[in-house]
Design a protein around this ligand. Structure first.
Ligand code: AP5
Ligand code: MG
Length: 180
């Protein structure tokens, strides 16, 4: 199974990824998690990414594509992408990479959650990029850069929309239903 979880910051991608990985035995690839481990390890890449992440902006495509490419190429089984792709350029690069490997994406799950709910969730969590100012910036970046992917994957016939509000396990059941 090769899927993408698409949704605004705080829509529940990471939370649902855990349940999907457990059920389907696929690999979880989160560019946000990869970047955060570079930051905690204090690598040059991490140092470059830290400020951008704390400002709620997107890290450069070059960095992100470089990070994800090797991981995808070295995988043998299925995978779940979380937080990637995040703009059209990344989506096209992914299609090209997977096309070359003859392993195209199968489905894209879009989490439908309102920004009021998201804001409440993120303020309650308190990651270093979960302050009111950065949340608003991430929202704007999402609207302009990432939301166009809804249309991109709809045109490919791969998008499935899941209502992302409510009990975590109930949302997982909705996703399982969409995938089975
Ligand atoms: P990333 O780590 O991807 O963060 P994000 O997109 O901002 O999303 P979050 O991880 O905050 O939310 P989520 O959808 O995973 O929701 P979660 O399950 O955690 O990216 C961080 C930064 O890295 C970016 O801003 C950018 O700078 C950089 N970056 C990453 N990828 C990049 C890329 N491809 N290109 C360029 N830059 C990139 O849930 C959120 C909270 O809600 C949690 O506390 C959770 O417990 C709670 N929650 C979840 N579901 C429910 C529910 N059903 N009910 C109640 N609470 C819930
Ligand atoms: Mg996440």
């Amino acid at each position: 199974m090769r899927i993408v979880l698409l949704g605004a910051p705080g829509s529940g991608k990471g939370t649902q990824a855990a349940n999907l990985v457990e059920k389907y035995g696929i690999t979880h690839l989160s560019t946000g998690d990869m970047l955060r481990s570079e930051v905690s390890a204090g690598t040059p890449l991490g140092l470059e990414a830290k400020k951008i992440m704390e400002a709620g902006q997107l890290v450069s495509d070059e960095i992100v594509l470089g990070m994800i490419k090797n991981k995808i190429e070295s995988l043998t089984g299925g995978f779940l992408l979380d937080g990637f792709p995040r703009n059209l350029n990344q989506a096209e690069a992914l299609d090209e990479l997977l096309g070359g490997l003859k392993k195209p994406l199968e489905k894209v799950i879009f989490f439908d959650v309102s920004f009021d709910v998201i804001k409440e969730r993120l303020l309650a969590r308190g990651r270093s990029d979960d302050n009111a100012e950065t949340i608003e910036e991430r929202r704007k970046v999402y609207e302009s850069e990432t939301a166009p992917l809804i249309n991109y994957y709809t045109k490919q016939g791969k998008l499935v929309t899941v209502e992302g509000v409510g009990d975590v396990n109930e949302i997982s059941q909705r996703i399982f239903k969409a995938l089975d």
